[in-house]
Write a protein that binds this ligand. Structure first.
Ligand SMILES: *Cc1c(COP(=O)(O)O)cnc(C)c1O
Length: 343
């Protein structure tokens, strides 16, 4: 895997306009740049990918960015063990590293970019396992980052096989963008065999645009499915990238075609440095309302906000029914109404 962080190396693959070059020089000392060669090549062909990948002067616009904060979701406040956030009774979040080969400009953990690189240690893995063992109400463990699928395999193995042995844990979800930004790295046989042996693993991928659904990405997903790993997708609603019915429809249909279930469409979190990607909530609801009449629920994600202040996620589906006296009134996909009595 070849990772590119400098302007010179990038321009070998993806020539920049003078404006983009100026933005790169101004922004990167504050918010660094990184991409895989694969994803840079994709950006050369796709305007949407380019917007997700290249630094923009908007990242430094104080009027806009002061509307956000570094950690609106209070992941640090709800930390119960090193690297572990416990908010919902039955689920915990483990942030295993801040390393990512591609730094997405809309990253919700952009605050972590400024820190030195960290990777969870063996002792911290053991502390996570011991916390989960002591809290048997936890049945679902989310492993996030950074990019967890690029952890040293011995460390990932210690964590996954440790969780496999804890009977109260039923689900282990890995949040990863590797199938999107470096699909060939998913195909490492040692990694795939570990995911299969770990048994409880689900993968949550992060495709945001149909241009990311390449043949290579489809192959990576297929390899995961073959190992018995269900694959779901979390998309972020991003201004200028995917904030239209036609793009989202192509994305969700494309995901379903490769057997990836669209799980969440997240409203963009109010993160400092990311505010220029934010759309109104009313737009997200409108898009979903239209999509709901076109797509099977199997291809339709929940639109969700994650409450700033650490309130947690609230999933939304546009409401197409109401109670009228003793009957319920429903609106069908074609816009016609019907009622049913509540008995
Ligand atoms: C998102 C999140 C979860 C998982 O939530 P789901 O709605 O089940 O996907 C768990 N813990 C924290 C802290 C989270 O942010």
């Amino acid at each position: 895997m070849r990772v590119i962080t400098s302007l010179e190396a990038l321009e070998g693959l993806l020539p920049l306009s003078p404006r983009e070059r100026e933005a790169f020089r101004a922004v990167v000392p504050v918010y660094p740049f990184s991409t895989t060669e694969y994803y840079a090549r994709l950006a050369a062909e796709s305007f949407a990918v380019r917007r997700m990948l290249l630094p923009s002067l908007e990242e430094l616009n104080p009027e806009l960015q002061n509307l956000g904060e570094p950690d609106p979701l209070r992941e640090e406040r709800d930390r119960k063990a090193p690297c572990l956030t416990h908010r919902y009774p039955d689920r915990v979040l483990v942030v295993t590293t801040n390393y990512c080969p591609v730094l997405c400009r809309f990253c919700m953990r952009k605050r972590n970019w400024r820190r030195p690189l960290f990777t969870i240690s063996e002792d911290e893995v053991d502390a996570v396992l011991s916390y989960v063992r002591r809290n048997p109400q936890v049945r679902d463990v989310l492993i996030s980052g950074g990019e967890p699928l690029l952890l040293p395999l011995e460390l990932l193995e210690r964590l996954l096989l440790g969780l496999k042995k804890i009977e109260s844990v039923e689900v282990v979800r890995i949040g990863t963008r590797l199938p999107v930004v470096e699909p060939s790295a998913v195909l490492r046989s040692e990694l795939l065999s570990l995911l299969e042996r770990a048994q409880k693993v689900w993968v949550n991928t992060h495709f945001n645009h149909p241009d990311e659904l390449t043949a290579e990405a489809a192959e990576a997903v297929k390899a995961l499915l073959k190992c018995g790993v269900p694959v779901n997708n979390q998309t972020v609603l991003l201004k200028g990238v995917n904030d239209s019915v036609s793009v989202l429809e192509r994305l969700f249909r494309g995901l379903q075609r490769i057997k990836v279930r669209p799980y969440y469409l997240f409203h963009c979190d109010p993160v400092e440095g990311v505010m220029h990607f934010s759309t109104p909530i009313s737009l997200g609801l409108k898009l979903l309302e239209e999509l709901q009449t076109r797509l099977s629920p199997l291809a339709l994600p929940y639109y969700a906000v994650d409450g700033p202040g650490g309130y947690g996620k609230v999933p939304m589906l546009p409401v197409r029914f109401e109670k009228l006296g003793s009957v319920y009134r429903f609106r069908s996909f074609s816009g016609r109404y019907f009622t049913m009595p509540d008995r």
